[in-house]
Write a protein that binds this ligand. Structure first.
Ligand code: NAD
Ligand code: UD1
Length: 347
């Protein structure tokens, strides 16, 4: 049984990935500092998989603690690194927090990979690295645009750190560029738990429908899109989680693309999206239709920094990984709503 370290495994995407890893027969050890998650998530995971994952509370910003962890756990076969800070606005206000938490943690982990000969590493990147794309759908060879926030910059720098490390060591890494993850596990045992006022669309929608927020603001209806609102590629978090298991299997079976005409075949990037773009108003309508809930919303000014339209070309992930998003927008919104109702009922 391969042992996989999942950093940030109590968070939104990490917890869903832990379940999929367990379902696929992996032994999982989670580390998390609980800065954006809670211990209840362990119970949710265990209720689904019937196997409690090993867990250690660890803050990856403390190098000595990270070293100590790896000394005590010297049988790790691979790492999936989710732990990071992820609020774009907060990163503008407190860039050093973001550079410290998102870059130091990666560096410390990679140093331990070197010391303990761990060769398999999966990293959570983001479609934010593409900025406002020149053409759609976006392929992995599209240029990485100057970052518009310290958060986005940490993802770009992290990819560079990984690429450089892979080129001089035995490390094989895959950076997965997520588009917009939404939804929850269908059991409603785990889901997204935004701290404070949600910044992302779907949690804001479900909280508005649940009466926690008075009104959803739709940021702009004067964009050059069909209905005037922005377009994104919303991907069900369970589909996203499954892609991590497939990417891990690719690393473990050493199928990395050594024939690629790159100086660095041991570092690969994949888009993870559905390939379909949906506008904000389409998401709102779909939510109302799927759940039967009427949503109180109004159109307001554009949100500064928003890109107009972003959706993935998924051919590389489809072909090379053999992975494809299977769930629909309706599946995702239904599960997000079920999760919201469960959270509101006190779990
Ligand atoms: P999340 O905040 O729900 O999960 C991150 C987890 O990491 C949390 O449980 C948090 O407590 C933990 N963590 C943070 N700093 C830590 C540290 N120093 N030591 C140990 N644990 C720490 O976020 P998520 O949505 O699950 O995102 C996971 C990853 O995916 C992040 O790297 C994020 O940047 C990336 N990503 C997320 C999205 C998205 O929309 N959710 C999109 C693109 C990329
Ligand atoms: C944002 C981040 C991105 C990050 C992602 C996941 C920016 C510029 N990008 O993506 O880096 O990876 O979150 O954390 O911040 N919307 C509304 N009303 C709301 C909330 C959102 O209309 O209350 C609209 C937005 O204008 C956007 C769409 O919904 O068009 C999706 O927004 P959001 O969920 O915040 O994701 P992104 O902005 O795509």
């Amino acid at each position: 049984m391969k042992k996989i370290l999942v950093t940030g495994g109590l968070g939104y995407i990490g917890s869903h990935t832990v379940v999929e890893l367990q379902n696929s027969g992996y032994q999982v050890i989670i580390v998390d500092n609980l800065s954006n998650s809670s211990l209840d998530v362990l119970e949710g995971i265990t209720n689904i998989s019937k196997t409690p994952p090993a867990f250690e509370r660890l803050d990856l910003r403390f190098k000595a603690d990270v070293s100590d962890f790896f000394k005590r756990n010297n049988d790790i076969d691979g790492i999936i690194h989710f732990a990071a800070s992820k609020a774009v606005g907060e990163s503008v206000e407190n860039p050093l927090l973001y550079y410290e938490n998102n870059l130091n943690t990666l560096i410390y982990l990679l140093q331990e990979c070197n010391t303990h000969e761990i060769e398999n590493f999966i990293f959570s990147s983001s479609c934010t690295v593409y900025g406002e794309p020149d053409s759609l759908p976006i392929t992995e060879v599209a240029p990485v645009k100057p970052a518009t926030s310290p958060y986005g910059n940490t993802k770009q720098i992290s990819e560079e750190i990984l690429k450089d490390t892979c080129s001089i060591s035995a490390l094989k890494a895959i950076a997965l560029r997520y588009f917009n993850p939404i939804g929850a596990h269908e059991s409603a045992e785990i889901g997204e738990l935004p701290a404070g006022i949600p910044q992302n669309l779907v949690p804001f929608i479900t909280q508005t429908a649940a009466g926690v927020r008075e009104q959803l603001s739709v940021f702009g209806d004067d964009y050059p899109t069909e209905d005037g609102s922005c377009i994104r590629d919303y991907i069900h978090v369970v589909d996203l989680a499954k892609a991590h298991v497939i990417a891990l299997e690719r690393l473990l079976s050493e199928k990395n693309d050594t024939s690629a005409p790159l100086s660095n075949p041991n570092f690969e990037v994949f888009n993870l999206g559905t390939g379909r773009g949906s506008s904000v108003l389409e998401v709102v309508n779909s939510f109302e239709k799927t759940t039967g809930e009427k949503l109180n919303y109004k159109i307001v000014d554009r949100r500064p920094g928003d890109v107009i339209s972003v959706y993935a070309d998924t051919k590389k992930a489809n072909k090379v990984l053999g992975w494809k998003a299977e769930k629909t927008m309706e599946d995702a919104l239904k599960s997000a709503w079920k999760w919201e109702l469960k959270v509101r009922s006190g779990r």
